[in-house]
Each structure stands twice: as C-alpha cells, then as structure tokens.
Ligand binder design. Structure first.
Ligand SMILES: [Zn+2]
Length: 136
C-alpha cells in the first residue's frame, strides 16, 4: 500500500510502499523535544520500501548519547520527518504527523520508553507498554 507524506513547507516529500512493521508511541525524553512535549507517534517501514521523492533532508545525531538516533528533518521549515535508530536497523521510523493522511495510522500498538513518560502523557488501555524497548 502506497502512502505519501512530507514536511510542513513541502520542500521534502517521501513515499512508502509497505505496511508498517511497527506502530509506536515513544515517550523518551529526546522525542519530547520534537512532539510538543507529548509522546512521539511513529511507524516503522523497512528502509527498502521508503524513499524520499523530493528534496534532501538534513540529518542530526547527538554525539553525547549512547546509541543515538539519527533524525531527518527539513532544513527549510524544521519539520522532523524520519528517525533511524540503532535499535531498529534498516527501519525508517516515520513521524505520523508528516503523512498526508495521518488518520491512516489508526493508533499505536506499543508504547516505549515509558520510564521517561510525563504524568500528562496518555497511553490507551489496549496499548502494550515497555520501560524501554521490547526485547528483540
Ligand atoms: Zn519543509
């Protein structure tokens, strides 16, 4: 199934051709920076089924963390588009708000890094929770 998305200003566009392998809400402190203080909604698509179709995102990786994620973002409008995590190699972790149709997400299956969750974060009752990441 094809899905498209992009950044707020339209400089960066992407396309996916696969169903998500994972749908998650991440409560880690780092994601809170990019999600307005809330958890970050994301879906994982195998890298082979993901491609940028317009523009080239900038990337940022923190040097002061162990196993930091690399975050793709638009250099014009600053929208966070995709994260690449060493914990999930080969998986494009797409920010749900950048999909043309965010409603297609449906909802998270798992909530991760709940040890860093804020009291005002909400986790639906039917979502599996993990202190950090599910054991692989
Ligand atoms: Zn942009």
């Amino acid at each position: 199934m094809s899905k498209e998305g992009g950044c707020y200003c339209g400089a960066i566009r992407y396309r996916t051709d696969a169903e998500p392998a994972v749908k998650a809400q991440c409560h880690c402190r780092e994601c809170q920076y990019f999600a307005g203080g809330s958890s970050n909604l994301t879906q994982g698509i195998p890298e082979a089924d993901f491609s940028y179709t317009k523009g080239t995102p900038k990337q940022f990786t923190r040097s002061d963390l162990d196993n930091p994620v690399t975050r793709d973002f638009c250099g014009e409008c600053g929208t966070q588009l995709v994260s690449w995590s060493p914990a999930l190699p080969g998986m494009a972790l797409i920010k749900i708000g950048t999909l043309d149709d965010p409603s297609s997400f449906g909802g998270a299956q798992i909530a991760i890094f709940t040890t860093e969750k804020q009291r005002f974060h909400h986790i639906p009752a039917d979502v599996e929770t993990y202190d950090t990441l599910p054991a692989s």
